[in-house]
Design a protein around this ligand. Sequence first.
Ligand code: HPA
Length: 288
Amino acid sequence: MSLNAKNRSASRRKSAPASPDPAAAVRFIRRHTRLQPVLAMVLGSSFREVEAVCDVDAEIPFNRVPGLPATGVEGHAGRLLVGRVGPTPVLMLSGRCHFYEGHTLADVTFPVRVAAALGVETLLLTNAAGGINPRFRPGDFMILRDHINLMGVNPLCGCGGPLPRFVDLSEAYDPELQRRLRTAARQAGARGHAGVYLAVSGPSYETPAEIRAFARLGADAVGMSTVPETIVARQCGLRVAGLSCITNLAAGRGNTAISHEEVLEAGRRAARQAGELIRHFAATFPSG
Ligand code: HPA
């Protein structure tokens, strides 16, 4: 191999996989609906029932949207809905693909780039999380006021293009949206706490020693998603809100082992309140 060819293949190895272009996805979505969503939401495993509060105008499986990777985890439906929650036009990304499934972070965060390219200005990210804060009980909700990224990766690594690379995260979660989520939780009769979300890559759950360490770092809940999407959303200039459903006590905080089934079941139990909470939150946006 010539020196030039060697250099070229070395630099290919070093660069992260490029994000697909969201423009094709946007054109595809616009062929299915004339609604212009003002709010997008990613529905994590405990929030899929929230689809029920959406008056759906278009429903598209993820694998039909150009560039959107299919999701493969039980509890993650993998479809895109455009419709109205009350009077508010919304984009619902129901289900997400995770880093622990082997997806690149470019894939994991692509739906966020699509939402931004579609003209959405606000993004609500939801997830299931294990409660670290001793005041948290399964079925409670946590409104993210900040995060700690311990996934060991950052979605902006290797990502070129016109958008800023050194993104400011000093107010990653919009304070006004946090207030609206707190009010919405109260209106839904849900227990809502403000807290710090710590992200790990998973897919194994944590050890009790890790959870003790995370508590010392200032984390209130732990999960395996959301942070890459927040970072990309901030890069795209979206206002971000984050909402966790506390599905279980984190490792060593309760007396039982943690299972994916338990996490899904707790999410199903909290579904009605999650729907109500999001209905009240959506009502604070213009009707478009
Ligand atoms: N740890 C990590 N991710 C989670 C948990 C947990 O305890 N519960 C739900 N998602």
